[in-house]
Design a protein around this ligand. Structure first.
Ligand code: BG6
Length: 491
């Protein structure tokens, strides 16, 4: 008998801005993601390229940069091909599909009085198509696609007014889809705003005099918005399930030196800080000490803390791709602060390498046991059902002449991770679903490449959008189908 629960949710996860395309169709307004240009790897060296300044955005809008290519505007054309794609998901046996609503399809400017019916209708059609195959939608409300107008006019989530706009948007979609969607997530990887303010919060950080102040204030607004829409959701349909979504950065101590163990413990607070607030409803005590030390004066309105306390999530979810090391690279500052002051690069495995692990071409350290550790940590701390909302291997694939794709490396990665997840379930962790990232190849969030592929389904399109965009089944397609059919037994 399978160790996975009988109604375990098996599927894949996506985001509208990386999948849909059709950036200017159906009445959609521009989003922050539509402004991120393609930078070849020879130039970016694999570094994250998703931050755009206000000046750049203005130049783009003024038509001064028409020679550039913006992959997220075109995604992989799900907008026109969703029926074909959902049919393929159904063929693999999916009973869940994680997707986001592109906020700007529904409120083109974010602050509009009325929603855009054409956008609402598009998602109705997608949900109806999923329902045909008994696939449950798992819907993210905000996945790195803030309406651009909200960034330009209000500097995104730095401004408290965004809470109201988000509540309007959430109320509209909760009411509209109350009988079609049960599982919701207000924000994707809510921690990302601290690292990538433009991506996570639609913020032009160069406008800020104090980056820490700006990002923690914006984060507070998102946390309050998250609790507030959770409250609204329950008033509309008490059966809704609302979850957290954390981008898990699991830190190991670099050595067994107590300084390194301490460094790792502090570094891991970069994860639990968010779940403490969303799942337990409280800012952790060290947050206040940290704000004081850094001179951050959070503006908290009268009922904010009460709202957070009373509207915690039903389940926790997180993405997991790799583990990291903390220790010698951390100087004293990280030992006394709970958020390591770093850019991603400092934590790149090149600098904090774990000799025991292999690294993908994109620098992600492959660590299935870390996945198990992360699951156990989240379960032990919060004791709420868990959905693994992202996991997977992003790499290049080769389309053979006979249109086959032999991606045994991806199968190996997923097999090892699912095996560790299965052990957690055997040991009593309440995991209710697993949605691997990008079940169909999509545009990379971090580097805007199409050639960084995660899918079971290959999309014939290159980084510049050349190709037929036709879909082909990879070897992993047949493998995942078998995994699902055996409810996780046949790995
Ligand atoms: C997560 C995001 O951080 O990682 C996704 O929620 C993203 O949007 C995924 O695509 C993988 O990252 P990347 O940069 O390889 O696309």
């Amino acid at each position: 008998m399978s160790k996975f629960p009988k109604d375990f949710l098996w599927g894949g996860a996506t985001a509208a801005n990386q999948l849909e395309g059709a950036y200017n169709e159906g009445g959609k307004g521009l989003s922050t993601a539509d402004m991120v240009k393609f930078v070849p790897r020879s130039v970016s060296k694999g570094a994250n390229t998703e931050t755009v300044s206000l000046e750049e955005v203005q130049n783009i809008l003024d038509g001064k940069r028409d020679d550039e290519y913006y992959p997220k505007r075109w995604g992989v054309d799900f907008y026109h091909r969703y029926k074909e794609d959902i049919k393929l998901f159904a063929e693999m046996g999916f009973n869940v599909f994680r997707m986001s609503l592109n906020w700007g399809r529904i409120y083109p400017n974010g602050d509009d009085e009325e929603p855009n019916e054409e956008g609402l209708k598009f998602y109705d059609d997608v949900f109806d198509e999923l329902a045909k195959y008994n696939i449950e939608p798992l819907v993210t409300l905000s996945h790195y696609e803030t309406p651009l107008n909200l960034s330009i006019k209000y500097n995104g989530w730095e401004n408290r007014k965004l809470i109201k706009f988000f509540e309007n948007y959430a109320t509209t979609v909760f009411k509209r889809y109350k009988d079609k969607v049960k599982y919701w997530m207000p924000f994707n990887e809510i921690n990302m705003i601290l690292h990538l303010a433009y991506t996570g919060g639609g913020i032009f950080i160069e406008k800020s005099e104090n980056e820490l102040q700006t990002t923690f204030q914006a984060l507070h607004h998102q946390l309050v918005a998250s609790a507030s829409v959770t409250k609204i959701a329950r008033s509309i349909n008490p059966d809704f399930q609302i979850g957290s979504m954390l981008g898990m950065s699991l830190y190991y101590p670099k050595t067994n030196h107590p300084d390194d163990v301490l460094a790792a413990q502090y570094a891991n607070r970069v994860n639990y800080y968010f779940l403490d607030i969303l799942s337990k409803g409280e800012y952790p005590n060290y947050a206040w000490a940290y704000f004081k030390k850094k001179g951050i004066e959070l503006v908290i309105e009268k009922d904010d803390l009460k709202l957070l306390k009373e509207n915690t999530v039903d389940y926790n979810s997180f993405s997991y791709y790799y583990s990291l090391c903390a220790g010698s690279i951390h100087d004293e500052q990280s030992l006394v602060s709970f958020i390591p002051e770093h850019d991603f690069d400092e934590f790149h495995p090149k600098k904090a390498k774990n000799e025991n692990l292999k690294v993908t071409d994109w620098g992600f350290q492959i660590d299935p046991i870390g996945f198990r550790i992360a699951i156990n940590e989240v379960w032990d701390r919060y004791k709420k059902p868990i959905i693994i909302s992202e996991n997977g291997l992003g790499t290049t694939d080769i389309l053979e002449e006979d249109k086959t794709i032999h991606d045994d490396y991806r199968i190996d990665y997923l097999r090892e991770h699912i095996r560790e997840m299965r052990v957690c379930i055997e040991e009593g962790v309440d995991i209710i679903g697993y949605t691997s990232w990008g079940p169909i190849d999509i545009v990379s969030a971090g580097t805007t490449e199409r050639s960084k592929r995660y899918g079971y389904i290959y999309v014939d399109a290159d980084d510049y959008g050349n190709g037929t965009f036709d879909r082909y089944k990879k070897d992993s397609f047949y493998w995942y189908k078998k995994v699902i059919a055996s409810n996780g037994e046949d790995l």
